[in-house]
Design a protein around this ligand. Sequence first.
Ligand code: ZN
Ligand code: FE
Length: 274
Amino acid sequence: MTGSPHHTLPASTPSDLTPQLLPIPAFADNYIWMLHDGRAAWVVDPGDAKPVLAALQAHGLQLAGILVTHHHADHVGGLSGLRPHLQGPVYGPAREHIPGPITPLHDGDSINVLGLRFRVIDVPGHTAGHIAYVQQGAAAPLLFCGDTLFSAGCGRLFEGTPAQMAASLARLAAGPDDTQVCCTHEYTLSNLRFAAAVEPDNRDIAQHTLDCQALRQAGRPTLPSTLALEKLINPFLRCQQPAVVAAAQRMGPLNDAGDSVAVLAALREWKNRF
Ligand code: ZN
Ligand code: FE
């Protein structure tokens, strides 16, 4: 909220206070998330400048800031093309090389985006310095988690260990159930095929597959998801469920079936070959 309590807002303010969330499709299966208040816009992980510039123009918006989660080209490739239009900061992970200049962020930092407060958390695993942005003080907080948590899946372990990814996913999953999971890729249906192979008897996976097939046929994104839903359908958040442990064991003997890091490692290996 902005403004003093003595300042009365007009009775109707259609584009007021609550920024709108917009997924901008990019490349084959990326989303560049945009938050805008009808005047100013922020984008997350702009891998390509063109679709962002088109969205700014279509909605009559000024680019006020950029958030970056990690260094991969499909998340930062649009920075140079957007900088001439940018009127604010580029925030990014302090521990990764992002084409600069950027304002480097560390775990625990807090930033303001269109009046919304976001906390930065370290989520290593997909890359070594990957960060996520978690909205504070909202009933259904936004979570920009890049390529760490996907709907029904998680990112590949390019630079991190299974233990790091397990800890990062646990940090993300600790948020409120209504958290809006804004990940960067439309991988949901292929992830759900894997999830169904891990847990053939999971009815939530079967139902969500039908829901997502209908969304995709209508040309709509399957995102954002919610943490409540992910806890029901995402095998990488279910490494302590007996059915998931048993499935991981069928892929190869685990040293310690009670070790959810070993389960996650086995699932990730399986998914890489799936
Ligand atoms: Zn990536
Ligand atoms: Fe990516």
